[in-house]
Design a binder for this molecule. Sequence first.
Ligand code: HEM
Length: 429
Amino acid sequence: MYIDRSKFSLDQPVSSLDPNRGTYEEAAEWQRHGPVVPVTLPDDVRAWAAVSAEAARSVLNAHPDLSSDPQHWGAYNRGEIPAGWPLLHLIVGESLLNADGAAHRRLRGLLSHAFAPRRIDALAPRIQEITRELLDGLESVEPEEVIDLKETFAYPLPLMIICELYGLIDSDQQRQLRGHFRTLLSVDVSSAERQAATTGEREVLARLVADRSAAPLGDLTSALLEALDEDGGKLTQKELIDTLEFILSAGHETTVNALTNTVLALLSHPDQLTAVLGGELSWSGAVEAGLYWKAPVRTVFMRYALRDTVLHGVTVRRGEPIAVSLAAANREQYATVPAPFDMHDSRPYQRQLAFGAGPHYCLGAPLARLESSIGLSQLFARFPAMRLAVPESELKPVISTAINGLAALPVVLRPASASDSGDRAAQRE
Ligand code: HEM
C-alpha cells in the first residue's frame, strides 16, 4: 500500500503511544507507516515518533535542527500541556539530558571524569560483594516457594550499587534514600506524599554532599565536588544535587528492567542458559542480547524542532516534539512477534540502540553492563535450577510509555524436583 508521508502532520496522528499496548504490536503497526510517524501520547498530546533504526540515529545524533531543551517545545510554551500530565516530570526539569551544546558539554565533561572506565572497573569487587550479600538474604527461600525476583533482587541491587558509587555509606541515610525513592517510583501516592519524598530525597543528598566535602572517599560525589570544567569552574551546590538526583533515576529503573528482562530471556531459552552456564557463551553476551531483545528504555522523550525540517520524508514544524522508540528501532527487522533471543549471532547487538546514540549516549552504560553481568552470573551460579513460576504468557508488562519491562518476575529459586533445570546443573559438573 502506497502511503504519501509528505501529507503526515501532527493535526492527523496515524497511531498512538499507548502504555497499555504491547511494545512490539505497536512497533509493527508504526513501522508500516514509515520511519517517522505522527502519534498521540496520553491525554491527546501530539508528537512525532522515530521508529526505524536510521531515523532514531538521525534524531539522536546531534541533528542541527533539533534540540534536547524542552523550552523549544511549542505546545508546552503555549500552556497546552496540563500541569499533571503523567510524562511531564520525565520531560521537563534541569538535567544534562535537557541541555544542548556548550551547556551540555560542560555538565557531561564534569561527569565523564567521575564515570571514567577505570573508576567503574574499580567498583567490580564491591559490586560482587553487594550481590553476594543480597543473594545470601535469599538463601532461606524454601523449595517450591515463589518469590518475585524483580522485587527481591533486581530492584535493590542497582540502588545499593548507586549508594556505593555515591559514597553513601551511612546505613540510616541509605534506608531513608531507599524509602523516598520507592515512594517516588510508586504510582498510587498522593502529590503531597510525592512532594515530601522529593524533599526528603534532596535532604539526604545534601547531607551526603556535606559529608563527602568534609571527608572525601574517592567516590562519585567526592569526584564531582573536585571536578573542574574547562574554565576552571565547579558544579554549584544546586547543580550537584540535581545531578545526583538525576543519575539516581536514570541509573536505577533502567537497570532493574535490564536485569529482569535478561533473566526472563535466559529462563525462557534454556539451551542458551545451559551454554552460558557451561562457559560456551559469555555473561556479557547475555547482557547485550537481553538489551537488544527488550530495550529497557522503551521511548526516549524528546527532541524539539528548532525550525521546520524534513526528516525521512515528513515535515516536522518548528516547536514540534519527536520521541524516539528505542524498543521499535532496536529490533526493527524483527517487528513481528515473537522476536528471537539469539546469543549465537552477536552481529545485531553491535549496533544496538538500548543506550541511545549521539551526544546524550548513556554515560552509565559501562556501569550498567558491569553490574548486569556480575548480577546475572552470581544469581545463576547460586540458583542454577531456578525456573519461572508461571507460564511466560501470564507475565504482566510494566504499564509505561517510557519503560519496557515486567511488573513482576515470579520464580521458584529452588525447585523441589530440579529435574529439568537440574539437568542443566548436572551438565555443568
Ligand atoms: C541498562 C541500563 C540503562 C539503560 C538501558 C540506559 C539508557 C539510557 C538512554 C537511552 C539514555 C539516552 C537518553 C536520551 O538520549 O535522551 C541514557 C542517558 C543517560 N544515562 Fe543511562 N541507561 C542505563 C543505565 C544507566 C546507569 C547505571 C547510569 C548511572 C548510574 C546512567 C546514567 C545516564 C546518564 C547520566 C545519562 C544522560 C547522558 C547525557 O545526557 O549526556 N544510565 N541512558
